[in-house]
Write a protein that binds this ligand. Structure first.
Ligand code: 6MZ
Length: 379
């Protein structure tokens, strides 16, 4: 079916819209072409069978358990220092190309003895990648920002250099021990002056116990490091371990992190608690529908939270894995829930208030949106 003119125009508008991305996993955001190239190299070396891996990478259907098997594969492909640097550089370039003006990228620091890799050296490789982006200006550290800076996103389509603020969140994988999780929080503290500004709890939701990560999350809280937590991502019927997860959702809400990811399968009481908490939610439409956390786009809990005026930000989760982009996610919000351009703009602008970066960055981002408002909303 041919794309209608109206759809094309709306898609272009969503690309031009300045956007804030708050929930993007580094290894889930890698381009398929890069994964295939890496798989080919490892295939040539006899480490993997390229043809098998190629089929897995190109497959479109992804249940949640499949996603986690895929991440194990991606990690085989990407976990050496030079490749980590390469993917970090590419991922930032890809987000900047679609007018993301502020990006929080999250990644799980990895020890890999065979590669001489420690959590610290992994993160150094990520930071090196962010610093080596050439086509756009990456603002990684808090520089002396001025309010009269040139616009970071040019909506008129001319060729001014794009500018993107990038910050890092360190992920604790649910497979990790308490001590490994504590190491990650301490590393975040150590790398505070290198763009690391928060902690994320993620990984396979049917693995691990809340009590294992709680000491590390409490430690982050004590150190004043903001946290975001993947909460209730999986439908309970899909899991054998239903009861602990139910308890876990309560505990996560009680912990009061600065933000929550997903919140797909809360019961009535938990919804009430979430809404009265006003904890901002990172909404990942395509990811939730593909993994079964939401039954369909139309029935996604975005509508309920949006109508309740709950603080929200639209995010990609894993743009590579789910073949999406932040512009596409905004387009889906418009086409599924009928939001107008003004409402979409306000949604994108609203996300500025939930970034973990400091007030100077927020001020600068607010100015970007103010400048963009006249032009974007006039079109
Ligand atoms: C939970 C997820 C996820 O950290 O190696 N991750 N955790 N739910 C999801 N929904 C689909 N998507 C990604 O990026 C990959 C890691 O991020 C987490 C998983 O722990 C995965 O291994 P990094 O850069």
């Amino acid at each position: 079916m041919e794309t209608s003119e109206a759809e094309k125009e709306m898609r272009e508008w969503c690309v031009a819209l300045p956007k804030v991305e708050l929930h993007a996993h580094l290894n889930g955001s890698v381009r398929n072409s890069t994964l295939l190239e890496l798989a080919k190299e490892l295939g040539d070396k006899g480490v993997i069978v390229f043809e098998d891996v190629k089929d897995v990478i190109m497959k479109n259907d992804r249940s949640l358990p499949e996603c986690f098997r895929l991440f194990d594969l991606f990690h085989i492909l990407t976990t050496d220092h030079d490749t980590v640097t390469r993917i970090a550089k590419e991922v930032v370039g890809d987000f900047a190309a679609e007018n993301v003006v502020y990006l929080e990228i999250r990644t799980t620091p990895k020890n890999n003895e065979a590669k001489g890799m420690t959590k610290r050296s992994y993160m150094n490789a990520v930071v090196k990648g962010l610093k080596s982006v050439e086509d756009v200006d990456v603002v990684l550290f808090d520089s002396n920002l001025r309010n009269d800076e040139t616009p970071m996103s040019d909506l008129s389509g001319d060729t001014k250099r794009k500018k993107i603020y990038v910050r890092l969140l360190l992920s604790i994988d649910r497979r990790e021990t308490t001590s490994a999780a504590l190491d990650t929080v301490n590393l975040a503290m150590e790398m505070k002056d290198q763009g690391v500004i928060g902690i994320d709890l993620s990984g396979n939701p049917v693995v691990g116990e809340w009590e294992t990560y709680l000491p590390a999350l409490e430690h982050a809280k004590d150190l004043g490091i903001p946290t975001t937590i993947h909460c209730g991502e999986m439908k309970l019927e899909l899991s054998e371990q239903q009861v602990p997860n139910r308890k876990e959702i309560q505990a996560m809400l009680d912990f009061c992190p600065q933000r929550l990811g997903h919140v797909c399968c809360l019961d009535d009481e938990e919804w009430k608690k979430l809404k009265s908490s006003m904890i901002p939610v990172e909404i990942c439409l395509t990811s939730n529908v593909m993994t079964g956390g939401a039954p369909s786009l139309e029935l996604h809990h975005f509508a309920d939270l949006y109508n309740a005026k709950h603080p929200l930000s639209i995010c990609t989760d894993d743009s590579g894995l789910f073949s999406t982009s932040l512009s596409n996610e905004y387009y889906l919000v418009a086409s599924t829930f009928g939001l107008s351009k003004t409402e979409l703009f306000r949604l994108a602008q609203g996300a500025v208030e939930f970034v973990f970066a400091d007030d100077e960055v927020k001020k600068s981002l607010r100015a970007v949106f103010e400048r963009a408002a006249a032009e974007t909303l006039a079109s």
